[in-house]
Design a protein around this ligand. Sequence first.
Ligand code: 5AD
Ligand code: SF4
Length: 499
Amino acid sequence: MTDRPAKTVYLETMGCQMNVLDSELVLGQLRRAGYCLTDQFKTADLVLLNTCSVRRHAEDKVYSRLGEIGSAQRRSGRRDQIVGVIGCMAERDRAGLLEKCPQVDILCGPNELNQIPKLVLEVTESRKRAIALSDDRSRKIPVEQRSAQLDSLEALDLSRELGPEASRVQAYVRVQRGCDKFCTYCVVPFTRGPERSRPPSHIVSEAKLLVDQGMMEITLLGQTVNSYVHTENGRTVRFAELLEMVAQVPGLERLRFVTSFPADFAEDILCAMRDLPQVCEYLHLPAQSGSNRVLRDMKRQHTVEHYDELIAKAREIVPGINLAGDFIVGFVGETEDEFAESVALVERTQYKNIFVFKYSPRPGTAADRRQVDDVPNAVKRRRNTELLAVQERISLANNGKLIGREVEILVEGYSKAAEKLRRQEEPEEARPGGPQGETLARTSGAPDTRIPRPTRSQLTGRTRGDQIVVYDGPASDIGRLKRVRITAASALTLHGTSV
Ligand code: 5AD
Ligand code: SF4
């Protein structure tokens, strides 16, 4: 032990759940190297941005954050702060970052994150930039080298140690790295490299370790999680079997998985969902479009008919299943009629929720190389709003049906609104009141119900079907399964009272 004050790291995470998990692993390594987490980037010794390249907008945000970091450094005259860009954007935009951002000291791709402590040390000692990128190398390098790198990445995943900031309720476990689908719009196969499934024994021991530390819910992560397949000593494990293996971890209450790839989705997974009590009735199955022409151009490998059939089968085999989807609007050449087919698909499917994205051309992808981004931004924006409005109406109607019913939730912590109030430490009576602080939830067949205003003790949890429920309760409810009666509903949130 030394009595030197601990060094501080500021770590900002953008993008998907895979990045959230990667950040947790990076933080674990840095903690072992003597760092502690801070939420103040200006005073931090080390600033890391864990980035996303899926859309241009996400990358623009990184440049603007780097701008803020640079000017704070200039204002304070600080020269010893180390700044790292890690994750997908480091991999995709190496040249741009190095050229435009002199304040960047470290670039580290998503397949090199085990090298972070080494890179930080290198910069500290040499004050020169330190870079660890795969440069798409993982697709070309010899197998022996690739497996050495994989071994260290596996060691990193297996080294999980939850810090004080980690959730005590739910955790992610990676089952796959990378992606081999090459949907024509998507940059992920380039930034995260080829698809590789992790050994089932590693996944199960990681899950055990997490449940032993108190986790009640585990979400298995993969870009195409259902395509999971691992062969070892002549034995092949596919995703349905993996679910069964993880579900057997003693003490695990709930098991989820994201994201599924429709073209590879087999019925045995639905049967596993039905038969394993731990596996939640929730499926994130991105369609991306409701038009076969667009799907073909996106190289999604499924048709609208196949998707509809899959949804019907899911509802038949797993009663009460909740579905979530992703849609891209304004993909190359998307006509009004083709967009209307996406609207129709959303209407038919009755998702619990959808994520809608305006097509964003990504350098290096097939769509960007071969096709012109010909749908004007204003049209993309309008389609985005329209599709979301259709879903909002559906969500509101379906959530309204739950008013008066009891649901079981796993309580995760304080709601965002409660956390904000607690941070402000503002006395409740001092908050502005009046009708503008309330939302009116009009639901067909249900009475108009006023949504209560959040309090400092508002807790949030999720149902097995992934519906968000907020209610007022004691902190001791966190990490427990609770029954809540639903009293009001908006499109995204159910409000209830403890039963
Ligand atoms: N433009 C817009 N949306 C995209 N997505 C992936 N690539 C792009 C892109 N280039 C969306 C897809 C995917 C989600 C994670 O992001 O809908 O499912
Ligand atoms: Fe991207 Fe398609 Fe792979 Fe998903 S399946 S990560 S959209 S290439």
